[in-house]
Write a protein that binds this ligand. Structure first.
Ligand code: ADP
Ligand code: MG
Length: 768
């Protein structure tokens, strides 16, 4: 009470002065107006604001000073308050600042308006803050609404409090329709199920980010990268979370496409049978395919991260590394042909196709594809060798034909020379001074005949009578003859193979082969040495043939080796050529191996020679196995004394000298000889002949008709007649490829008196 009294006293005494002070201290510009709006009183803020002196202000209409323009009077709060009789406000710009202008009516006790309080408050700062806020909000929503993704906020019930425009694009709901609804309602129960757990984690305060497929109402799938960011109060309580979702469909699709493409590439890489690798620019392997693993014989883990130095020998690695350096210096593609070690150290011929991998002009590494052309190279070489061999074979073949032709004619002439000389020898007394000369003629002619015989053998024109033979037995029987041939300084070793298969051959040909090889061995050995003869069974398989022309099959291998001087590569290539010899004139004829070659070929066999200068020589002769009966025992040719007879012989020969010679010999030996120069003549003689005919001796090749056909015709008249064929070389009429038909009697030209008379007796006395 006391205190109140004191206050009252204070107001009463100090009131007016205090009021004035407060009035002036107020920041707002205040004026007191009469009931018509004239200024009665104003404070210093008002004075400062209007910036006029008291005479101009007092009694002036307030709106005139404040609004300045008449048009605003309408709007003036004083004008409005006069009619509304209550406080009116207006926000207006004055002198560049914003003011809130308020007019408050003052009433007298009777409630009549006697004036107004006019207050102008500077609200520029507030106004600016508000504008800025609005502007920020506009910016924010511009950002949020134009984000490619979705932005929203949900409360603890997962009800939307805010949603960006994106919701309309994705879910078809306008933001205002989203707000207030639950997540399950907006994104659909299916999608919601997938993200429910994340929502609970966000409500527990964890920020979560995950990828989620979003099924749009249109059925389209969209991939979202979604973040839930907890929305917490300052005290840490969580009121919900922000949802930020980005459409990553394009990225997902690109990733998927990339995944597919890299899967495709990976499969492709593994499927390509060529070794492929890639390295970084420093030369470290970054990857490779299976073929590369196999090529280098290492597994991927052993390769990746290593350089070529871990895979190849240092020198080889240097070379290979050099290739990379070259390529890095001039990026692009490059092809190199190199030899590298394969997985087991063997040399492989390869082509490297290399290319630099560039990324924005920077070299990332090198990719390499290897083509192994070893096999191709080998087959090229093989082909070249084959061509060479074929060429050689053709050469020998044509020489053979030539030699065969010459030998045939020569043979006939020799036959005549030898025949007549032998007749002279028989007639001539033992003391005749011409006798030694005649013997020389016969000796030379016989040696020449031996030469032509070899030529014919080479040309495969030798007429043979093959028999099924046991080579071991046959060769055993020849050993003493061979020992005589090679002399005492050379030791002959004989290794017959066990259970040797039989072969079908003319035994005299084995004789020819071994004699020739033995003589050659003897000539190759100076001083002492060894000659070894072996036999064994041999199966030749396709991929392991000693020589390309070999036909796979079962063979009996006859090998003859010596410890002689061996031979040069040139000799090795040419040794089967007739007349090829390295021996001095008079020593060698160059026909030995040609003969051997011809014989082997004639019997469908193969021959293979291995030799090196100074290292001796091995001749391997493969004779085809014959799948038959017991081999026959080879009977040595009879050397019975020639005897004559008194039978009648029909002799047919178109060459006069031979006809004459044969007639002379046979007549001398007591036979009755009817000579014919042609088949025609022979048939005529056989027609007119009254007595018996015991033997037909005929040349095989005759004009008009061959010997065999002639024999048939004559046989129809003389069924008992026997036939002896003569020929200089094999003719298919009686022998296919030189192989005599069974039961055919044959005399090889040129023949000696002995050969002729002995054969005639043999045929006449044959007991068939
Ligand atoms: P020739 O013996 O008359 O010279 P061949 O046809 O028998 O004729 O042999 C031809 C050549 O092959 C011989 O001159 C010799 O150079 C070579 N030759 C044959 N056999 C052997 C061997 N066993 N050792 C070394 N060289 C040989
Ligand atoms: Mg020889």
């Amino acid at each position: 009470m006391n205190h109140e009294l004191n206050s009252m006293t204070f107001i009463a005494t100090e009131g007016i002065r205090l009021w004035h002070t407060a009035f002036d201290a107020i920041n707002d510009a205040i004026a007191i107006l009469d009931h018509e709006g004239r200024i009665l009183k104003y404070n210093s803020s008002f004075g400062d604001l209007i910036a006029k002196n008291a005479e101009e202000i007092i009694g002036n209409f307030c709106h005139r000073l404040v609004h300045q323009t008449e048009s605003f009077i309408e709007n003036c709060p004083v004008t409005r308050a006069r009619t509304s009789l209550q406080r009116e406000t207006l926000e207006m710009k004055f002198l560049g600042k914003w003011f809130r202008v308020m007019a408050h009516p003052i009433f007298d006790k009777a409630g009549k308006v006697i004036g107004f309080v006019h207050v102008m408050s500077d609200i520029s700062a507030t106004k600016r803050a508000k504008e800025m806020l609005i502007e920020r909000e506009r910016d924010l929503s511009a950002v949020v609404d134009n984000l490619p993704g979705l932005v929203s906020r949900v409360d603890r019930d997962l009800r939307y409090r805010f949603a960006s425009k994106g919701y309309e694009r994705v879910f078809g709901f306008r933001p205002q329709d989203v707000i207030g609804r639950t997540m399950a309602e907006i994104i659909g129960p299916e999608t919601f199920k997938q993200i429910e757990a994340y929502a609970h984690r966000a409500l527990a305060g964890e920020q979560v980010t995950f990828e989620s497929p979003i099924k749009k109402p249109t059925g389209e799938m969209e991939y979202g990268l979604v973040s839930f960011v907890p929305d917490a109060y300052a005290d840490g309580t969580i009121q919900g979370f922000l949802i930020l979702a980005m459409d990553i469909t394009a990225r997902k699709q690109a990733e998927e496409a990339l995944r597919k493409q890299s899967e495709f590439l990976a499969v492709l890489l593994e499927t390509i049978p060529r070794p492929i690798y890639y390295k970084d620019a420093a030369g470290k392997y970054m990857g490779c395919n299976k073929a590369f693993e196999e090529f280098v014989g290492r597994s991927r883990v052993e390769i990746i991260g290593k350089t070529v130095y871990a895979l190849a020998t240092p020198e080889r690695a240097d070379q290979l590394h050099q290739m990379d350096l070259e390529l890095l210096a001039a990026p692009g593609k490059q092809t190199y042909e190199r030899q590298v070690e394969g997985r087991s150290g063997e040399l492989r011929h390869v082509i490297f196709n290399k290319a630099t991998i560039l990324h924005h002009d920077r070299i990332e590494g090198i990719i390499g594809v290897i083509s192994d052309i070893t096999a191709r190279r080998r087959s090229e070489e093989e082909r070249e060798k084959l061509r060479e061999q074929l060429h050689q074979a053709q050469k020998i073949e044509s020489i053979g034909r030539l030699a065969g032709g010459v030998a045939h004619d020569f043979n006939n002439k020799l036959g005549v020379i030898i025949g007549h000389a032998e007749i002279m020898q028989e007639v001539m007394g033992p003391a005749d001074p011409l006798r030694p000369h005649l013997l020389e003629i016969i000796k030379s002619a016989r040696r020449s005949a031996e030469l032509t015989r070899q030529l014919l053998a080479f040309a495969r024109k030798q007429t043979i009578s093959p028999k099924v033979l046991d080579l071991n037995e046959l060769i055993s029987g020849m050993l003493s003859m061979l020992r005589r041939l090679i002399g005492e300084d050379i030791e002959l070793a004989w290794h017959p193979g066990a259970g040797l298969w039989p072969v079908r051959m003319d035994p005299t040909q084995i004789d020819q082969i071994l004699a020739n090889l033995a003589v050659n061995a003897r000539d190759a050995i100076t001083g002492v040495g060894h000659l070894t003869i072996r036999t064994e069974n041999r199966v030749v398989v396709d991929e392991r043939r000693p020589h390309s022309e070999f036909v796979p099959g079962e063979y009996v291998l006859l090998s003859v080796s010596d410890t002689g001087c061996g031979m040069s590569a040139e000799s090795l290539e040419r040794l089967f050529e007739p007349f090829y010899t390295t021996k001095e004139v008079g020593k060698g004829t160059g026909l030995g191996l040609a003969t051997v070659y011809g014989i082997v070929k004639q019997n469908d066999g193969f021959i293979h020679v291995q030799s090196q200068a100074g290292k001796g020589t091995v001749f391997s002769i493969y004779l085809p196995r014959v799948a038959v009966e017991n081999p026959v025992r080879a009977v040595p040719a009879t050397t019975a004394k020639p005897t004559g007879g008194s039978e009648t012989i029909l002799l047919v020969e178109d060459e006069d000298p031979i006809l004459e010679l044969s007639m002379t010999i046979l007549t001398r030996y007591g036979y009755t000889v009817l000579a014919a120069k042609s088949p025609e003549e022979a048939l005529a003689i056989s027609e007119s002949n009254q007595g018996p005919l015991h033997l037909l001796i005929t040349d095989v090749i005759l004009p008009q008709m061959n010997g065999r056909d002639l024999q048939e015709l004559i046989k129809s008249r003389y069924p008992e007649i026997r036939t002896l064929f003569m020929s200089g070389y094999t003719a298919d009429v009686i022998a296919r490829h030189g192989v005599l038909d069974d039961g055919v009697d044959f005399l090889e030209k040129p023949f000696s008196i002995h050969a002729l008379t002995a054969k005639v007796r043999e045929v006449l006395e044959k007991s068939d």
